[in-house]
Unconditional design. Sequence first.
Length: 92
Amino acid sequence: MSEANIKNLDHFGKHQELAAKIQDALSELRPYLEADSGNITLVEITDDLVVKVQLHGACADCSMINMTMTGGVESAIKNVAPEVTAIEAINI
């Protein structure tokens, strides 16, 4: 797992516990993304529980990114944090 893509939980203020759950879920996906020369970072959790992620490397330009977002990222996050209202990639 690439530690550079995990922010300090203090960055997430009142959402630290939720951020920890989401980062754990993303850590499970990370090896698959890294295998395709990509990665993902949890960037922000808004007050209305919108999760914002940033895709890196090949993932940012991949033609399959919509499938990765809905079938992988959104599914993994919603599985551990059903209270999340939306998941957005800030760079696609």
